[in-house]
Design a protein around this ligand. Structure first.
Ligand SMILES: Cc1cc2nc3c(=O)[nH]c(=O)nc-3n(C[C@H](O)[C@H](O)[C@H](O)COP(=O)(O)OP(=O)(O)OC[C@H]3O[C@@H](n4cnc5c(N)ncnc54)[C@H](O)[C@@H]3O)c2cc1C
Length: 546
């Protein structure tokens, strides 16, 4: 029987490596590609940059579908309300979509699937958002999520390399398939503009990372041409505060599914072929495995985006401090490195992984003692790559709540940035009010004599805030509080023993320390006691993980 099929785009906003879309095309006479602006996902909590990225991705998708004589239908509402009407109106016999592991998505998909089946509609979903079938990874680990990266790697090895991506559908694949477009298509199903969504676009800056599959593939191609860079990529060697990104910035594309993670993986494999190259955890393959690691944890650990009810997460008595939280969020902490990163986040929607480390540590266990859940919310709103699993997982890591337990390793909001940007050019770019400060004071403007502040045209306390806390004091107090939180943990919650912090290979921290010793021996020894911590901290701790 020839089908009338809805392919439901959610993430996976692409044609390449889209097995569910390919399943839609099999024995199909009519295809309706649908995207629903679900108020649960697309609401006031989504920042402007992310909205712009999404709209760009949808336009690109529509454009690619038009080339195949099809169109995208954009609707608004709750999927469980929208679908029954569409099923009837279009006499749908098949529904296809990409499997999504987020708790909300799972329950939404269950409801929609039940509704579809009640109407005799067959439902097909395929796994293509992650490298592996996450449930399979958990199954392979006796039903438990692996809590260390090394364990995840072992499991992935057991399953073999990720599946090869499949090509995008061609004109030939679509030759017998129609997308009946009503005359009113533009009126009823068009992609809304930001203005039509009642968004005030006046604060939008330059679009540095336009959404869409074509842009994703173009950027991937550009990176893959740099074979030497790809092969020697080591995350700890990249810089949190370079003026242009030192990593790929493919994350927004992977998050929205404009780029398939498997395509990314296999393109890297092609570049590596026959060449000496870096390895996980620091390589680009290694980065994709970090993604897999956090996805697996997010599926296997209930209440993953919360502290309470999350069995893997250390229960910490975080403070409630709206003033501190607002200062952090609005780049008013008085620590220029932190404020510059938060400004980059707000303006551009992306910042380097280690920059995320710095601000996440600062908000939580390092300085402000505010819950990682609060930071998670801010990132979710402002990051272009905001991803439920990766955001929650990395925040838990950085706050030393889950996965990473060396809470005594605290990033210094002053010394960390200096290592890769001695003159503070990054700070000057994002905090122009400090641009005339001499390098000596750019990370600590409050230490500059009044005459220097006057000459720089920026008086601390008037034109730029005083530091919100004294890092040298609070971080020590916070380490103590963290110690107490750890002491309250149940033995079962101690992955240090259970999962084995022992490593068969040196950790990234070890590697980073070695590098630092070589490169900056003298410089480091001059740094203060905070810095002695820093030499450990500045290490991509996620890098200890990442
Ligand atoms: C507190 C905090 C919150 C974060 N929230 C998110 C988030 O919401 N969404 C998100 O995509 N990443 C998140 N990350 C992880 C990481 O910072 C970004 O994935 C990375 O900076 C994206 O830049 P890139 O594409 O240039 O990365 P590259 O270094 O070029 O890596 C390639 C790809 O690997 C994946 N990847 C890299 N690092 C990580 C990591 N640590 N964890 C998981 N996947 C990784 C991404 O898909 C990335 O595109 C967070 C990190 C921290 C510390």
């Amino acid at each position: 029987m020839a089908h009338t099929c809805i392919h439901w785009f959610r993430k996976g906003l692409r044609l390449h490596d889209n097995p569910a879309l390919m399943a839609a095309l099999r024995d199909c006479k009519e295809l309706y590609p649908v995207f629903i602006l679900d108020p649960h996902l697309y609401n006031t909590q989504v920042g402007l940059n992310r909205w712009r990225f999404l709209i760009g991705a949808l336009k690109d998708l529509d454009c690619s579908l038009r080339k195949l004589n099809s169109r995208l239908f954009v609707l608004r509402g709750k999927p469980e309300d929208v679908f029954p009407k569409l099923f009837n109106k279009w006499k749908v016999t098949r529904l296809t979509y990409e499997y999504d592991t987020e708790p909300y998505s799972l329950s939404r998909d269950k409801t929609v699937t039940t509704l579809a089946k009640e109407q005799g509609i067959s439902v097909i979903y395929k796994i293509s958002h992650t490298l592996y079938d996450i449930d399979r990874l958990i199954e392979e680990n006796d039903g438990k999520p692996p809590l260390t990266y090394n364990r995840l790697r072992e499991l992935a090895k057991k399953l073999g390399p990720p599946k090869k991506p499949i090509p995008a559908p061609t004109f030939e694949d679509m030759k017998d398939i129609k997308t009946p477009c009503p005359e009113k298509h533009e009126k009823k199903y068009r992609i809304p503009t930001l203005e039509e969504l009642d968004l005030d676009t006046t604060s939008l800056g330059e679009e540095l990372f336009p959404g869409g599959e074509q842009e994703a593939l173009r950027r991937l191609d550009e990176h893959m041409k740099r074979a030497g860079w790809v092969c020697s990529f080591e995350k700890p060697q990249t810089s949190p505060n370079s003026l242009s990104p030192s990593t790929t910035v493919l994350s927004p594309y992977v998050t929205f599914g404009c780029l398939s993670a498997r395509t990314f993986w296999w393109r890297l494999a092609e570049v590596y072929q026959g060449k000496k190259h870096s390895d996980p955890p620091v390589s680009l393959h290694g980065q994709l495995l970090w993604r897999e690691f956090f996805y697996t944890a997010s599926v296997g650990i209930p209440n993953f985006n919360k502290m309470e009810g999350n069995s893997a997460c250390t229960q910490v008595d975080w403070d409630t401090n709206p003033e501190y939280l607002a200062a952090w969020r609005e780049a008013r902490t008085g620590y220029p490195f932190i404020d510059a990163i938060m400004t980059q986040l707000r303006q551009e929607g992306w910042m380097h992984h280690l920059a995320r480390h710095a601000v996440a540590c600062f908000l939580t266990r390092g300085d402000l003692w505010i819950s990682w859940e609060e930071g998670q919310k801010v990132f979710e709103e402002l990051l272009l790559d905001g991803d439920w699993a990766l955001n929650a997982g990395n925040w838990q890591w950085l706050s030393a709540s889950t996965f990473f337990h060396q809470f005594f390793r605290v990033y210094s909001p002053v010394a960390f940035g200096k290592k890769t940007d001695k003159y503070g050019d990054y700070i000057k770019k994002y905090l122009p009010c400090l641009k005339k400060f001499p390098a000596e004071y750019i990370y600590e403007p409050w230490k500059a004599p009044r005459s220097v502040q006057q000459a720089a045209g920026c008086i601390v306390g008037k034109d730029y805030p005083h530091p919100i806390v004294k890092h040298e004091q609070v971080h020590k107090k916070n380490i103590q509080r963290m110690k107490e939180a750890y002491a309250r943990r149940s033995p079962a919650q101690s992955p240090v023993k259970k999962q084995g912090v022992k490593r068969s290979a040196p950790s990234i921290i070890d590697m980073f320390q070695k590098k630092m010793k070589k490169e900056a021996n003298l410089h480091l020894s001059r740094l203060s006691s905070t810095c002695s911590l820093l030499s450990l901290q500045s290490v991509p701790s996620n890098i200890t993980p990442t």
